[in-house]
Design a protein around this ligand. Sequence first.
Ligand SMILES: Cc1cc2nc3c(=O)[nH]c(=O)nc-3n(C[C@H](O)[C@H](O)[C@H](O)COP(=O)(O)OP(=O)(O)OC[C@H]3O[C@@H](n4cnc5c(N)ncnc54)[C@H](O)[C@@H]3O)c2cc1C
Length: 390
Amino acid sequence: MSTPGTVVETEEQQALRAAVAALGKRYGRDYVTRLVRDGGHPTELWADAAKLGYLGVNLPEEYGGGGGGIAELSIVLEELGAAGCPLLMMVVSPAICGTVISRFGTEEQRRQWLPGLADGSLTMAFGITEPDAGSNSHRITTTARRDGDSWVLTGRKVFVSGVDIADATLIVGRTEDARTGRLKPCLFIVPREAEGFARNAIDMELQAAEKQFELVLDEVRLPADALVGEEDAGLLQLFAGLNPERIMTAAFAVGMGRYALERAVSYAKERSVWKDAAIGSHQAIAHPLAQAHIDLELARLMMQKAAHLYDAGDDVGAGEAANMAKYAAAEACVRAVDQSVHTLGGNGLTREYGLASLITASRVARIAPVSREMILNYVSHQTLGLPKSY
Ligand SMILES: Cc1cc2nc3c(=O)[nH]c(=O)nc-3n(C[C@H](O)[C@H](O)[C@H](O)COP(=O)(O)OP(=O)(O)OC[C@H]3O[C@@H](n4cnc5c(N)ncnc54)[C@H](O)[C@@H]3O)c2cc1C
């Protein structure tokens, strides 16, 4: 197979791919399987990736980061995923929270958070989804009101990943515009142990070290500087953070798809049930695997385009490309995993081979952070100019 990233990536980016792949290989799928069995967290891999400069590769150098962009960060996540040990919290901690704070945070917030996010000593989660809003984030009701020098936050969130291991969660709430009375989005940094901030783990059918939580914010009192940046820049901040999130989800999906495909291909080369012919010589097995490979390569190309646009400062162009990349990568991942499990026959469903759990895991990329249908809606309306039904 061709080396991922050649031609469209710089030599430095290709070297980064190779170095991260080597780290991923040292941990591999067995590491994740052990963590899930023992209820642990990927602390060692997180620390190693941070020490090597991979976690903060997109953050500004003056705050301890690598001075690169989402292109580099997505390479890190994809390669760890391709080795079977993706770090889900990379999608939220350095990608969303790191980006939002470095682009919009106050100088004090940057100093407080960015060096820690870069060296892995601090982790942040991100909470926007609400039980009664879901895909419709215009409907969120978590509300922040001013009380003297403080903010008081009340509301509920659901499916927020990694709140238990994150030092703080970046919560999307709303404040009332003093002039118009309309609610506008605002982002708040809520420390894990803040009074009134309760979390309940959701019992998910996912075999992953990172857990999802339902959150209740009951009059959580926060200092004035918990608000990220300016009160009026909330919407800009959200868009700045959500494009990296989609690009990173694409990286997560391409990595997982590659991992599953590689396992299936090596199995298909060895397994033989008719004379001496390996099952991989039957085109009914070979062609869908080849198709899966093509789909993953195409999805990566769109991911690279989105990252390139984003890093070049084209937020609007990146928005469309990031949505398309997330869509393409999720679909490619779901199909690659499905075909890989099928290629292993009965072994595809055993614990020993460990591929079946990816059927559930690959579906995450189809639903989060924005579902397949909402991306199709976005492209229908924004790109094709078709009318809206809702
Ligand atoms: C493993 C996992 C991790 C997650 N981590 C986080 C996190 O860290 N932080 C966070 O804030 N959230 C997180 N989420 C939440 C995720 O972003 C939401 O699940 C997602 O946005 C969809 O919202 P919903 O589940 O409420 O689905 P709903 O909005 O209820 O949608 C249900 C179905 O209806 C479809 N649908 C809805 N509206 C339309 C429409 N207008 N047209 C066509 N179809 C439509 C959807 O596509 C979907 O198939 C996570 C979710 C999962 C599964």
